[in-house]
Design a protein around this ligand. Sequence first.
Ligand code: SF4
Length: 274
Amino acid sequence: MVPLPALPSTRALIHAPWSASKVAAALRCPRLFHFRYVDRLREIEVMPEARIGKAVHAALETALGGTVVSEAAATARAALTDDDQQRRFDALATGIEPFIARIERFRRGRRVQRQLVEYSLAVREDLSATQFYAGDAFYRGVLDAGYLYDEDNLAVVDHKTGVRLPQTSMRDQLEGYLVLAASAFRQVRRFWLGVHWVAERAVEWSTPVEASQVHDRLVPAVLDNIEAAALAVDDGPRTNPGPWCDRCSYRAVCPASHQQRWEPVYDDYDDDDE
Ligand code: SF4
């Protein structure tokens, strides 16, 4: 029998529920983590990339739900009021139709039992499935899209609207999705992870992951990451200024952001804990 993983520490439980983006925020800058997740400070400024990414995600979600692509894109575009943001949205939106066509081809070639769009998942501290907003949720996330097919396969797709990055940089977030999905869909034996690079109209697939690998390798990795994040924020809202400050929604209220100027970095839109 496979042993259960060790239970989370008290400091990890204090900041639950965790998500991939919450873990990333804690590891990047404890002050940012406190602004967003402890003080629950409203974002002072929302970066254009986040607004555009959110609009593209909304258009993809609506189109996957069956709405005509042009209509889905027009509705999502209307949420952007800035001309430059609308132009950038239009460029990205040209990637929606090819993606929908790709999904239709996939559905014709496989026995798809179920499509999951913007699908919320959560687990308790013992990794049993629970509701996303339940008080006992320990780790949670939202799948952009997923397909249960051929009885025991699950393909998970994550949309990325930014610059294409090496696959490894997405690993923590995507592996977290598999931990969540393995708990919710116990009949699945094999998981496939795809990153949909919207601007490049490309879907990059990982090698398939067996259910046993999720338990043996990914669960400990996700729990270790959560512990590292909890440790990083344990001694208060320490600032950790760096290139990411130029994309921080709280830079206007953070003195550390003005100490030095940095080269810009890119942050993709991510709503895994909304
Ligand atoms: S501006 Fe930089 S140092 Fe300040 S909270 Fe944001 S990321 Fe942290």
